[in-house]
Design a protein around this ligand. Structure first.
Ligand SMILES: [Zn+2]
Length: 150
């Protein structure tokens, strides 16, 4: 008996997203592009939030006397903002390393026949969920007549 995959909400959402990415980006080229875009958007967003938090922290320490509820002017909040900044700096450093590795992955090109193979396997791994009739039909066609139905 093969082990049943976990069916908790997080896992189910992951399987669905995983399969969608295979279905919508079924070639090496497309996987390279979508992953590059995902990495870059992640870096851009984190970088901008980090800049913003650093600005806030700096302006807080320069006008500490000012009472302004709109800025992070409390000692406690400054501490937590410092921790968040260092977490985000770590993330950015990791993403930078990932980018360096991914550049190598993205340099690779394969012939069209291999891209066709990618498409073929992608179709097997993540068939269109909307085409449920074809799935049922496939399952029927592949069933061994000797085996009893579950
Ligand atoms: Zn799970």
């Amino acid at each position: 008996m093969p082990e049943e995959p976990c069916q908790c909400q997080d896992c189910v959402r992951f399987y669905r997203e995983h399969d969608r990415l295979i279905r919508e980006f079924p070639t090496l080229r497309k996987q390279q592009e979508i992953n590059w875009a995902a990495l870059q958007s992640f870096r851009t967003l984190c970088g901008r939030v980090l800049e913003d938090l650093q600005k806030k922290l700096n302006s807080n320490s320069s006008n500490q006397a000012e009472e302004n509820s709109q800025t992070w002017n409390k000692e406690k909040k400054d501490k937590s903002i410092t921790t968040v900044i260092s977490d985000l700096e770590n993330i950015n450093a990791y993403l930078f390393s990932v980018e360096a590795l991914m550049e190598r992955v993205f340099d690779v090109k394969v012939p069209d026949e291999v891209e066709d193979k990618f498409r073929e396997i992608a179709g097997e791994l993540a068939p269109d969920p909307l085409n449920i009739d074809r799935l049922r039909l496939n399952r029927l066609l592949h069933q061994t007549p000797d085996l009893p139905d579950k």
